[in-house]
Write a protein that binds this ligand. Structure first.
Ligand SMILES: [Zn+2]
Length: 476
């Protein structure tokens, strides 16, 4: 009997506000420890938090983009626990009355479009950071991060495979980046994910006991950790055992999940409404104003790319994975109106170059206008597709425009039929044996002759004319 995994994801996204959620300290990353602190975010007695309006605005943006219902009135609650990176002894979060609920997004996994429900989105503050001395039994604490605004996005248990989990996270991150409210950097911790996972026999209604996975700081970690944890739980059930409800840590080096602690329940935190903060009452007019500022979102953009440019869904998915990449593509298409050709070059040469040079699309060494110039040179027959790759590499290394490179290096395509005929004649004369083999029926040799002609012209002969002339002469 087969098994089915049930996966729900909790994502913490750090909002790109200039200041913290309840005080005016800077949220800038990388400052010397404990320089972005004040009595409020250090949890001194007698201080009062003041809510940052931008945090609410950004949360509403995300809520609208994920089709959530926005609560007219929501509340902050205190989540009580002790940890040295939490000076107040509680975290201000939201509990019974979150700002947004009942949303959904669409993901693409295994060539299928799938709806994944969003249970809730709520606002909360981040904790500080502990730094453990590797040589002495002491730890340091940095409170710069204390009070940095986060939103927690909780999914419904609609996800069934590690691939779907990866697709969901990528889509969620793309939406946050399109909205320009989170940089989505997993390595720096501004986009973090915990996963709840259980397995059950296929066809059974009730859920199995779930474990919570932590410490996954890349998409690949999440997918690998889930795949491992699903196999682990299946093996336990197969042996007649019972899965323990617990929190487990992903060890990326060993490729296993390890038990960390028993999973705490909500009542362990003694939640109660924060008496220092008023309920958040949201005006409908404000929500509509924010809705009016939303950009075209990844899913809509993808649908438009398929419709308007006739691109295959895969191309549209890749090109709309980030706003700047989609903009790059569209700018290039404006100057060279063959979308599929542009898509091939952007997904091929451009993305490969960015990966090799570890650059973002904003730092692309070839601008979309220049790429369009190169494509026009191919289209008008000035250079062949093969030579174009050489010109492209030269554009990347020298930064020169394609036309200049073609002139300087003498790469203009030879389209003069009589000049090509001369070369073909010469090649055939040099390969008498192959010619007679060809005429005896070894027609596969045709490609060999084409190769020889291209070699003799250093790739500059127009391949179509070469083919025609070769065929003619060999038929003679
Ligand atoms: Zn502060």
């Amino acid at each position: 009997m087969g098994y089915e995994a049930i996966i729900g994801l909790e994502v913490h996204a750090q909002l790109l506000t200039k200041t913290k959620i309840f005080c005016s300290c800077s949220t800038e990353f990388g400052a010397p420890p404990n320089t972005h602190t004040c009595p409020v975010c250090l949890g001194m007695p007698g201080v009062l938090p003041v809510l940052n309006r931008k945090v609410v605005e950004y949360t509403i943006r995300m809520a609208l983009a994920t089709n959530c219902t926005i609560a007219r009135e929501s509340r902050f609650a205190r989540k009580n626990y002790f940890y040295p990176d939490l000076p107040k002894g509680y975290q201000i979060s939201q509990y019974e009355l979150p700002i947004a609920e009942y949303g959904h997004i669409f993901i693409w996994a295994n060539q299928e479009r799938k709806r994944v429900g969003i249970t809730r989105i709520h606002m909360e503050e981040d904790a500080g950071k502990l730094i453990h001395d590797p040589y002495r039994p002491i730890s340091f604490v940095d409170f710069n991060r204390t009070g940095v605004p986060l939103i927690e996005i909780v999914s419904e248990p609609d996800i069934r495979t590690p691939e779907e989990a990866g697709a969901y996270l990528r889509q969620l991150r793309a939406i946050l980046r399109y909205l320009e409210i989170c940089d989505g950097n997993m390595e720096e911790g501004s986009f973090r994910c915990d996963a709840n996972v259980s397995v059950r026999h296929a066809g059974v209604e009730t859920f199995g006991t779930r474990t919570e996975l932590k410490n996954m700081n890349s998409f690949r970690h999440v997918e690998n950790a889930l795949a491992h944890e699903i196999r682990r739980q299946e093996a336990i059930i197969e042996d007649g055992g019972e899965v323990a409800q617990e929190t487990r840590l992903w060890d990326a080096d060993k490729g296993v999940t390890l038990p960390m602690r028993g999973k705490e329940e909500a009542h362990d935190y003694r939640y109660f409404p924060d008496p220092d903060l008023l309920p958040i009452v949201i005006d409908e007019g404000w929500v509509e104003k924010i809705r009016g500022t939303l950009p075209e979102l990844p899913d809509d953009k993808k649908a438009r790319f398929i419709e308007e440019y006739g691109l295959p869904p895969y191309d549209a998915q890749v090109l709309t994975s980030s706003r700047p990449l989609a903009d790059y593509f569209e700018t290039c298409v404006k100057h060279f109106q063959e979308p599929k050709t542009v898509s091939n070059w952007v997904m091929g040469s451009i993305l490969a170059t960015l990966k090799a040079e570890n650059k973002t699309i904003e730092e692309a060494p070839v601008s979309p206008e220049r790429l369009a110039e190169l494509l026009r040179l191919i289209d008008s027959g000035v250079i062949s597709g093969k030579i174009a790759k050489r010109v492209f590499d030269e554009m990347v290394s020298s930064g020169k425009p394609p036309e200049m490179i073609v002139q300087e290096k003498g790469l203009v395509q030879v389209t003069d039929a009589s000049a090509i005929a001369e070369v073909v004649k010469q090649v055939l004369a040099e390969h008498e044996k192959e010619v007679s083999d060809y005429k005896a029926g070894k027609t596969k040799l045709f490609g060999f002759f084409v190769g020889q002609v291209m070699k003799a012209t250093r790739g500059k002969a127009n391949p179509k004319i070469v083919n025609e002339i070769l065929r003619q002469m060999l038929e003679e």
